[in-house]
Design a protein around this ligand. Structure first.
Ligand SMILES: C[S@@+](CC[C@H](N)C(=O)[O-])C[C@H]1O[C@@H](n2cnc3c(N)ncnc32)[C@H](O)[C@@H]1O
Length: 393
């Protein structure tokens, strides 16, 4: 008998069409069920006022991401956004003055986030947001920018790194959109692993060979804390320029902040997590480890942990990164087992560089997934500003 006949499907229906559930036996599923039952009971008791006494105040954050993205004058340059998620890149381009023509996002909850933030935007969500069904020729020569972050799971260090063999690989769709719409500039973001040797053949064949015939392409690695975001988060951004003139005028984004705790170098220092969230001084503060990006992973989770080293850093920061609560009040009421500060969705959004006003739709795991999948908006803003400067010069 093959092992796979022992696997049983999850009873929890996924709201994510790209979700790949874990293959688990009944006994393995029961362990997870038991754990989440206990956690649910503790959380419910806390919310009903039957929990332990709160050990921390409802925090008042000190970090304002909007201050990192001063609104630029509208530049009228029409922009298409693919794989828009919860809108990190869209927000960056918007603050940099670009004109929004349309966003496409297959997850209805993420599309709702965009519609809530900008009811005037033309957001295609759910089935209508699936880029595979769009004929981009209708935008041919009529858009200045096509930008997007094709799903990173096929390349992420946290995943199986199947690259082109992963059915979630949407790079060919991004390439098709650029070749059909022919914008002046394209911008594509992904996990830094895509710039590693493991995927050099993939990048060469799928991206550079096809787009390189029409675009001059630059690859830039960007670190979120160098743009004032209190998090270690390295990403690769591909910039493609259709003409040599635009390419020559372009200057890649350069760091605007120095790492928390690094020696003075003339740049302002990025806030540590505790300072950013307005938590009491414990004598130690540092950047947040990379917030997990795993919406389509094997398990829905309300943890933001991406690695064992991330867990160690959160421990040193006296922050509990699991069971993230929906609100700051709920986080205060639901005391973490180890007595550390419990995070809430608005806190996690802030650590990713989203302003308080940006509200995410869906269940908590879905909101966290949108946040963890996003381009930190101040990074998106730096990217968009560099392109605006080249196009408007
Ligand atoms: C890495 S996230 C993009 C995040 C976004 N750039 C941001 O800054 O917030 C990739 C997104 O692509 C979406 N996606 C995956 N396949 C899609 C498809 N076929 N059509 C449209 N969106 C898709 C996923 O739901 C996910 O939200």
């Amino acid at each position: 008998m093959s092992l796979s006949t022992d696997y049983v499907p999850s009873r929890i229906k996924s709201t994510d069409p790209l979700h790949e559930p874990w293959l688990l036996t009944e006994a393995e599923r029961e362990v997870f069920r038991q754990r989440s039952r206990e956690s649910r009971l503790r959380r419910q008791a806390a919310l009903d006022g039957r929990g332990e006494e709160p050990i921390h105040e409802v925090n008042i954050p000190q970090f304002d991401p909007m201050a990192l993205m001063p609104e630029r004058d509208p530049n009228g340059l029409p922009t298409l956004s693919l794989f828009s998620g919860g809108g990190g890149l869209d927000l960056g381009f918007d603050r940099a003055g670009f004109s929004h023509v349309g966003s496409w996002e297959i997850l209805s909850d993420a599309a709702d986030t965009l519609k809530t933030a900008h009811p005037e935007w033309n957001v295609h969500g759910g089935e209508d947001g699936d880029v595979r069904g769009v004929d981009w020729n209708v935008y041919r020569e009529n858009v200045a920018i096509v930008h997007g972050g094709p799903p990173c799971q096929p390349f992420s260090n946290a995943g199986k790194q199947r690259g082109a063999a992963d059915p979630r690989d949407m790079w060919p769709e991004f390439v098709r959109a650029v070749l059909e719409a022919r914008p002046d500039v394209f911008v594509a973001e992904n996990v830094a692993a895509l710039a590693s040797a493991t995927f050099s053949d993939y990048v060469e064949q799928t991206i550079l060979a096809r787009l390189g015939r029409h675009y001059r392409i630059h690859r830039v690695l960007l670190q979120a804390y160098e743009y004032g975001v209190p998090q270690v988060r390295k990403r690769v951004v591909f910039f493609g320029f259709r003409t040599r003139t635009i390419e020559r005028r372009w200057v890649a984004p350069t760091p605007r902040f120095r790492r928390t705790g690094a020696p003075a170098n003339g740049l302002p220092e990025t806030m540590g997590v505790r300072a950013a969230l307005g938590l009491p001084d414990t004598g130690f503060d540092d950047l947040s480890p990379t917030i997990r990006s795993a919406l389509s992973g094997p398990r829905h989770t309300t943890s933001i942990l991406s690695s064992v080293s991330a867990q160690k850093r959160f421990e040193a920061l006296r922050i509990w990164p699991n069971g993230v609560a929906a609100t700051r009040e709920a986080a205060q009421a639901f005391v973490a087992k180890n007595g550390h500060f419990r995070l809430s969705v608005p806190d996690v959004a802030l650590l990713q560089g989203f302003p308080e006003s940006w509200r995410f739709s869906g269940a908590v795991y879905m909101q966290l997934g949108q946040i963890g999948n996003s381009v930190a908006p101040p990074v998106g803003y730096a990217v968009a500003s560099s392109v605006a400067d080249a196009l408007l010069r």
